[in-house]
Structure formats: C-alpha cells, structure tokens
Design a protein around this ligand. Structure first.
Ligand code: F6P
Length: 540
C-alpha cells in the first residue's frame, strides 16, 4: 500500500487551477522550477506542482529510504535481489581513483584494465596498426547484439555523428530477421570488416544466429579459420561461449554480471562507440555520466535533477493516472532516444510484483514512446493536444547546432518551445471566436466549429536543453535518465534490474521452433497456436 493520501489532498486543491495561472501568480516560476547544471538546463515549471507538493514528494522519497538506497547501489550492495547481484554500472564511469569493493575484491583495477584495452584496440584500428587478415585496414565495423547490447551503442553512435571518425563506418545488426544482417553484409567487404559480437550472456538467440551468419559469410570469401582472429571480437561476460564460437581470448573484452544489459553501454559493450568516435570522446561520454552520478549521489533532493524528474513522473503516474510518457527530442541526431529509453525504462520498471514478491496495488512503470520533432508534430501531436488521454511530454532540445543552417535551427527550437507552450495554455473559446472573426468566418458557422478548435491545454511537459550535443552532455543526459528510472523503482519498491518477463516468450519460441521442424502436425497448443504452426509447416 502506498501512503499517498496527503498528495491526493494536494492534488484535489491544485486541480482547480489552470497551469498557466501559476505563471501569472508567480513571475519567477521558471527560475524557481528549473535547474541549470553545467551545460544542461532542466525546466520542470510546466507541471501541476507547487512547493508544498514538491516537499510532500520529497517526504515520500524519504519514506522510501531513497538516499540509503542510492548509497546501496553506488557501494555495490546486492540490490538486484532476484539475481543476487550488485548494480554497479556507475563503477564503469567512476574516475575517483578509489577502490570499490564487491565480495571483498576491488572491482576498479579490472574496470580500468578493460578501459585501457578498449583504448589500445581503438587506436590500433584507427591507426591501421590492426589489420584485416589480408593486410588491409579496417574500414567497417558491424556490431551484432540486441537489447542493451545494441540500443545504447546504436543510439549514441548516431547521436554523436559529428564526432564520427573519418574512414570508419559502423553498422548495427540486431534482428533475427535475416533482412537486417543481410542488408548490412551487402555493404561490407570481408577483408576490411570487423565484427563485434556483443552479448552479455553470449547465448542470446538473435545475436548468436546473426554472428554465425556473419561468420559463414566471412568464411565463404576468406576460407581460413585463422583469419577469424583478425575480424571477430567478443564483448561479453561469458568467456567459455566466446571461445566455443571461435573467438580467441585476446579478442575478448570482458565485463561482469553486475552490469545490467540496458546499463551496459559504458562497459566493453561500448566498444562500437569508441571505434566510431574515438576513445577520447568515449571517455568524455563516461565522464559526463560520472558528473551526473556525483550530482545524483551528493545533491539534496531539492536540487537533484534525476530525483525531481523521477518524482514528477511518479506524481503523473500514481496521482494523475497517466500511463504514458512521450519523449520528443527536437534534434534529428537524438531520433533514436525513445527506442533506447523504452528498454531502459520499461524493462526496468514494468513489474507488477514488488521486492517482497507481493503483487502491487498501484501502477508502476509507464509506456515510453516518441519520435523526434518536428516530424512528430505532423503525425501524433493531434492526440497529445486534443486526445482524451493526457500524455506528459518531455522535450529535449540542443541550443547550439553543429551545422551552420541557423534558419533551420531557429525554426526547430521555435517549434519545440511552441509545443510546450501550446500543451500548457491551450486555446480558449474566446480566442477561437476572435480568430474566426478576423478570418471573416461566416457568423452562422462559428458556433458549430468552436468546440473543434478549442484546446483545453493544461497538459504538463518538461524540457531538457543541452548547450551542445557533445559526448559529455550526452553522457550526462543518459545518466539522468538511468537514475530517474532507478528512483522510480525505489518509489514503486520494484526490482529495476531483473527482466524475468522476457523469458516466457523465449521458451515458447523454442518449443514452437521444435514443432515447426517435426514431421507430424502439432497438437501441443491451443487451436489458434496449432493452426498457425501447422500453416507454417506447409511452407518449410
Ligand atoms: O531479452 C532481454 C535481454 O536479456 C535484455 O535485457 C538484454 O539487454 C538483451 O536481452 C541482450 O542480452 P545479451 O547481451 O545477453 O545478448
């Protein structure tokens, strides 16, 4: 049971106001409800919030022992209870030069060792010292992975387009659908291609199937098993499986079970990023995340971006009942951010069982979705403005572009700010009438069109504004979202670090695959499933 009665009382009181009223009553509201942290500005003023509500939310966080739980995560307590694991992705970007003990062993030397190995390898590939088996430079990198071994690296590599190394192309293959890997292989030359097999477990069906296809494709042109050592590396915690696949130990980049898949881009899984943008930039990404780690760990909740952001999400989800959250980057380079966040947030907090194994009687998690602006304005924004559900929106903008087309950029940001304003202020009946009259709309038709043109407004949004999209600010942004997910997991008392819900589908797919490949028609399932399987059997 959640003790949110006081919050409910505040909600009742605040409901009678329009969001815009808060701004007319308090001209300092934007200053009061925003935080500038280095090159990131967080504006949370356009929410149904006041100081009393925020204080109550902070009290709620305290009643959940949030500060102790933050410490427990950073210091390596085994907070992932169902897997008996620590949660230490923050160690991967820890530049404090202090030991961090887990089961009596300092994990930091190993972290630094792998980081050094990433550096040496990246530099060797870029300088041409690392050559393909026929003596040619590596020009193409193909990362084969899925979920956390794909989404983070793919998103970051695209986002940091301006930092991409000349002469290196990076592709990401993830789907079990062969059309994914085949289209990528069609662009590759085996002599100059390096495959990164990225899989924490090295057992994931999609990744292993794609890796085998890539290996077959490679050996078809360079029929020498020894050549694999120059074209395949593994990023994994499972040394044995890597060896069995044929990847020699020196080509393995290790990480550990205390790094969750969706938190792994900071680990060896980030090798594709380092190869795409250079090691120094990769390190800046880590340093940005480290900056936020310290902010999150040591800043009072009242000034703490991830904590406030998480509490606003909690307020929207558990008091107002909004079950969806749109993430709209007004940056083409950040287009894939919603995809990455879907795994981060929904795989972490989509849980109906709490840490004690009880079924919760309150909502947890939310549907995360979105698309970059302004494209999304011309598709689903109608729903955001006039749909029957209220969907809080988080906008992400970048102040300084890295191109010179300022006209585009001014329009881009004008649109972002306009959308946030429009969601809040809406358009009243009076304004609609005024507009129609100016446009000489026939008087006898005005009344019937009014309801369609009125926007009720009062729809909440946040804005994150980055000064510039650099490796460092991107690292900061990602770390803010990671910690927001963590805080919400604490507020909901769920384990944000397991993902048992993805297992059933994998098990059933194996059984169906077996049924598909047996001679007899199957009768092992319900009639719908049997019919579909038997229909497919005629094709194979
Ligand atoms: O199926 C979900 C999942 O386990 C994710 O949590 C993970 O990021 C992804 O699969 C890939 O796992 P791996 O890195 O072990 O191949």
């Amino acid at each position: 049971m959640m003790n949110i009665e006081k919050l409910k009382a505040y909600q009742e009181k605040i409901k009678q106001y329009n969001l815009i009223d808060f701004f007319s009553k308090d001209t300092e509201r934007a200053n009061r409800y925003s935080i500038q942290l280095e090159d990131i500005y967080f504006d949370y003023s356009k929410n149904y919030l006041n100081k009393d509500i925020l204080n109550e939310l902070f009290d709620y966080a305290n009643s959940c022992n949030l500060q102790e739980k933050i410490e427990a995560m950073f210091t390596g307590e085994k907070i992932n209870k169902t897997e008996n694991r620590a949660v230490l992705h923050t160690a991967l970007r820890n530049f404090a030069n202090k030991p961090l003990f887990l089961d009596g062993e300092d994990v930091m030397p190993k972290v630094r060792e792998v980081r050094e190995k990433i550096k040496t390898f990246t530099n060797a590939v870029h300088s041409g010292e690392w050559k393909g088996s026929t003596g040619k430079r590596i020009e193409t990198i193909v990362n084969i992975g899925i979920g956390g071994s794909h989404l983070g690296p793919a998103f970051v590599t695209n986002a940091l387009y301006y930092y991409n190394q000349d002469g290196i192309k990076v592709y990401f293959a993830s789907n079990i659908d062969a059309d994914d890997i085949l289209q990528i292989l069609a662009k590759c030359n085996p002599e100059t291609t390096l495959f990164l097999i990225a899989s924490k477990t090295f057992t994931t069906l999609e990744t292993i199937t794609n890796a085998n296809t890539a290996k077959r494709w490679f050996l078809n042109s360079i029929s020498d098993e020894k050549a694999i050592a120059k074209h395949f590396v593994a990023l994994s915690t499972n040394e044995k499986a890597c060896l069995e696949f044929g990847i020699p130990p020196q080509n393995m980049f290790e990480f550990w079970d205390w790094v969750g898949g969706r938190y792994s881009l900071w680990s060896a899984i980030g090798l594709s990023i380092s190869l795409a943008i250079g090691f120094d930039n990769f390190e800046d990404l880590l340093k940005g995340a480290y900056e936020i780690d310290r902010h999150f760990r040591y800043t009072p909740f009242e000034l703490n971006i991830p904590v406030i952001y998480a509490l606003i999400g909690f307020w929207n989800r558990n008091l107002w009942g909004y079950n969806s959250n749109a993430i709209i980057p007004y940056s083409h380079l950040l287009s894939d951010f919603p995809l990455y966040l879907q795994q981060l947030d929904m795989e972490s907090n989509g849980k109906y069982v709490d840490l004690n194994g009880n079924i919760v009687d309150y909502p947890t998690g939310q549907i995360i979705w979105g698309e970059s602006g302004t494209n999304s304005q011309h598709s689903f924004f109608q729903y955001l403005h006039q749909g029957t559900d209220v969907i809080p929106v988080d906008f992400i903008g970048v102040l300084q572009p890295q191109h010179n087309e300022m006209l585009h950029h001014q329009w881009l940001l004008s649109n972002m700010i306009a959308q946030s304003e429009a969601l809040m202020v809406g358009k009243s009946r009076k304004e609609v009438i005024k507009e129609l009259k100016i446009a000489n709309y026939p008087d006898d038709e005005i009344e019937s069109i009014i309801p369609h043109k009125v926007f009720v407004g009062n729809r909440p949004s946040n804005i994150f504004m980055l000064k510039k999209l650099t490796p460092k600010t991107l690292g900061m942004l990602l770390s803010i979202f990671e910690h927001k997910v963590f805080v919400q997991g604490v507020l909901w008392n769920v384990n944000s670090f397991d993902q048992w819900g993805v297992e059933l589908g994998k098990q059933l797919a194996k059984q169906i695959f077996k049924d598909l490949n047996s001679k007899e028609p199957t009768n092992n399932h319900d009639s719908s499933t049997n019919k579909l399987i038997n229909m497919l059997k005629t094709l194979f």
